[in-house]
Design a protein around this ligand. Structure first.
Ligand code: AMP
Ligand code: MG
Length: 465
């Protein structure tokens, strides 16, 4: 039997940083989606993954040879409130694969059963959130936004108890790592400076080899998160649950729960049913990213001998967030209106967004229309748009740049819900069609481009477990 390219560096860290997991088999695993391209990229043979042995790996029934299943320890601020004990309660890390390209990636299962951190919950997932994360993470990847990836979705053959009984499923996902801001916080809060130092060294070696110590690490993560959130904003993505345990130190998007893409443009749009105060609203995301990074900086303080000096230095690095974010935001939004970034593009973008917000214009469709010369039809105040358009035309927009920048297809909430409903009834064709559409986001696709109408519009999403 050919071995798999595992090299489990996280499992070699001090034992108190994770818990080894006994796999909890499911009844009748059935593969419903496999990302063959990604499988090859990470050094796995898709044919082997489709075999009964491979499906058993993907469903958590059998550890692949060389895997060392662990659940990671972490804490986190949830909606601003500190929780010292979160950890992988429904996920397990099989190990790290080093692909033919030399890159190291986590192979993780989500929904694979209880661990030490399940806190009385079942450690399982149902098909809905598994398919949602599959679609959204692959869409984000295709749009060039750093993210965890979907490797496979497996039905378990078991039912999971939520408000009703639902088909159980497991998502196999891949990430450059699953280490979170909350991982650092967990050890800082316990005063475990040795573990904190081991984690810091691990993350620097693994993700930011050019970073010089904890200060350099903070600078790298601040820059990566500033760029990431600006990219979210440019596609109208609302993460929905930006708790510090859901923010990676690699700069990849992680944990697609109650996330959604904007339909009508609104800076105060919030979709998560549990986000009553709008903490994680679309327009709040950069502020929250900085708040989370401030918690990260705080967790790094114990690594310094001179703590007062460290606080001053770390604060200085945090102050760089605003510039990095503004620079990236200007770059991505200037391209959306076909311009090079500068003061002129910035004003034009803000004025256009104001017009869109005033009339609730569909975010994605309006930018697509801009590249096709039909945006006027999408703005409620046409006179104001005409004035804006004259200023814009004078700046010399590049239509080809707009067409290459603005996706036609994003994973719209109402279509995700329809795909999940069909899949629950055994029909995976809408899921497959949608996956094909969101992974070719610049190709015309009448069905998947269409903004929702009336009752199809997303109002609330629920944290998918
Ligand atoms: P998340 O919604 O991914 O941010 O999860 C928050 C915390 O709740 C994490 O520690 C998860 O592992 C845990 N959790 C969420 N759903 C479940 C579940 N069904 N069983 C056990 N733990 C869960
Ligand atoms: Mg999470």
């Amino acid at each position: 039997m050919a071995t798999l390219p595992f090299d489990n560096s996280y499992a070699r860290l001090p034992e108190r940083m994770f818990a080894r997991v006994q796999m909890q088999p499911v009844t009748a695993p059935r593969l419903v989606a496999l990302n063959a391209v990604l499988a090859r990229e990470i050094g796995l043979d898709p044919a082997r993954l489709r075999s009964p042995e491979g499906v058993a790996w993907l469903a958590g029934n059998l550890a692949p040879p060389g895997a060392e299943p662990v659940a990671a320890a972490y804490g986190g601020h949830q909606f601003g409130t500190w929780n010292p004990q979160l950890g992988d309660g429904r996920a397990l890390l099989l190990g790290e694969l080093v692909g033919p390209d030399g890159r190291r990636r986590d192979w993780q299962l989500k929904g694979s059963g209880p661990t030490r951190w399940s806190r009385g919950a079942d450690g399982r997932a149902w098909l809905g959130p598994v398919l949602r994360e599959y679609l959204v993470s692959e869409a984000m990847f295709t749009l060039g936004i750093p993210t965890t990836r979907a490797l496979a979705a497996t039905l378990t053959g078991d039912q999971v108890a939520r408000d009703e009984y639902l088909p159980g499923a497991v998502l196999a996902r891949v990430a450059s790592s699953h280490i979170r801001v909350g991982t650092f916080q967990y050890f800082a809060a316990r005063g475990d400076t040795d573990a904190l130092r081991a984690l810091t060294d691990h993350v620097i070696a693994r993700h930011w080899p050019d970073a010089d110590g904890p200060l350099g690490l903070l600078a790298a993560v601040v820059g990566a998160q500033a760029r990431l959130v600006a990219k979210w904003m440019a596609v109208g993505f609302v993460h929905g649950v930006m708790n510090t345990d859901n923010m990676t130190v690699s700069g990849e998007t992680i944990d697609y729960g109650p996330c959604a893409f904007l339909d009508g443009f609104s800076r105060v749009a919030v979709f998560s049913s549990i986000d009553r105060r709008g903490r994680y609203a679309y327009g709040n995301q950069p502020r929250i990213a900085l708040w989370n990074l401030t918690q990260f900086a705080t967790a790094l303080v114990p690594l310094f001998d001179d703590r007062a000096a460290a606080v001053a230095d770390l604060t200085g690095v945090l102050e760089g967030f605003a510039d990095s974010y503004a620079q990236e935001w200007n770059a991505v939004f200037a391209a959306k209106i076909g311009l090079q970034p500068g003061e002129a593009s910035e004003t034009l973008v803000r004025d256009l967004l104001d017009l869109m917000e005033a009339g609730g214009s569909d975010f994605t469709a309006t930018f697509t229309a801009l590249g096709e010369g039909t945006a006027r039809d999408r703005i409620a105040d046409r006179d104001a748009f005409d004035i804006w358009a004259r200023r814009w035309q004078a700046a010399g927009p590049d239509a080809a740049l707009m067409r290459a920048t603005n996706p036609r297809v994003i994973p719209r909430h109402y279509l995700i819900e329809a795909a999940i409903t069909a899949a629950r009834a055994g029909d995976f064709a809408p899921f497959e069609a949608m996956l094909a559409a969101v992974t070719r986001p610049f190709a015309p696709d009448a069905k998947h481009e269409r903004p929702p109408e009336g009752g199809e519009r997303v109002t609330l999403t629920f944290c998918g477990t």
